[in-house]
Design a protein around this ligand. Structure first.
Ligand SMILES: CC(C)(COP(=O)(O)OP(=O)(O)OC[C@H]1O[C@@H](n2cnc3c(N)ncnc32)[C@H](O)[C@@H]1OP(=O)(O)O)[C@@H](O)C(=O)NCCC(=O)NCCS
Length: 187
């Protein structure tokens, strides 16, 4: 657990609902979510800004890693369920990142391509930013985004984030989008 951040009251593993928005439910991943994760990260077009393509094994690791984070940090990427049809359409959540010597809370998001263009990522990310400030007591929330990933930048911008600086993240130059607790409170 990172210094200065609160651990949420429940760190129980097992698909518990963490957040609910108008159209979405964000819940912890279970072992049964591997195919749903693979439907997102196994699509080379969806992940075109990532340096590698992802296999089903990677999807399994993604779920396991998220569950490990729930245990150790109390949060991580969550499964995003569309209330309309009960399907897992993506993932979104707060993840601790250590970048250039700074420990920062990132909100990340990845959605199935056939569910793009409805504002679901923005809605999920907004709920996670609120969760990070209100439940976790984060001083700042960031998203690391490649300069060419404009859809992701628009999600960050719609949620009040602005570019703070250029950083090296996973060996590549990324824009660090950020929103501070103060600017969030004033919005
Ligand atoms: C990043 C990513 C989640 C963005 O998906 P998206 O569908 O563009 O984002 P949203 O779900 O918030 O939808 C927003 C779009 O829906 C439109 N929209 C339609 N109905 C809407 C509604 N009711 N509410 C809000 N927006 C709506 C918006 O106008 C917007 O379109 P625009 O960006 O062309 O202006 C998606 O591209 C993705 O999964 N990429 C791969 C993974 C990735 O790169 N993640 C980020 C790593 S940094």
């Amino acid at each position: 657990m990172e210094a200065g951040l609160s651990k949420p009251a429940s760190t129980r593993i097992g698909g518990g609902i963490v957040l609910e928005t108008e159209r979405l439910i964000l819940r912890q991943f279970t072992d049964n979510d591997v195919d749903a994760v693979f439907a997102v990260i196994g699509d080379p077009l969806t992940m075109k800004f990532y340096p590698q393509t992802f296999t089903r094994e990677d999807a399994l690791r993604w779920v396991t890693k998220s569950q490990e984070r729930y245990r150790t940090e109390g949060f991580g990427l969550f499964a995003v369920v569309l209330k309309l049809n009960g399907k897992v359409i993506g993932n979104c959540g707060p993840v601790m990142q250590n970048v250039e010597g700074e420990s920062l809370l990132e909100v990340g998001y990845h959605f199935r391509r056939d569910y793009w263009g409805h504002g679901y990522a923005t809605e999920a990310a907004r709920a996670c930013v609120e969760y990070a400030f209100r439940q976790l007591g984060a001083p700042k929330v960031v998203s690391f985004i490649l300069p060419e990933n404009q859809p992701s930048q628009r999600v960050a911008e719609r949620n009040g984030m602005t570019v703070e600086k250029l950083v090296t993240f996973h060996d590549l130059p990324h824009l660090m989008y950020a929103i501070t607790r103060e600017s969030y409170a004033q919005a």
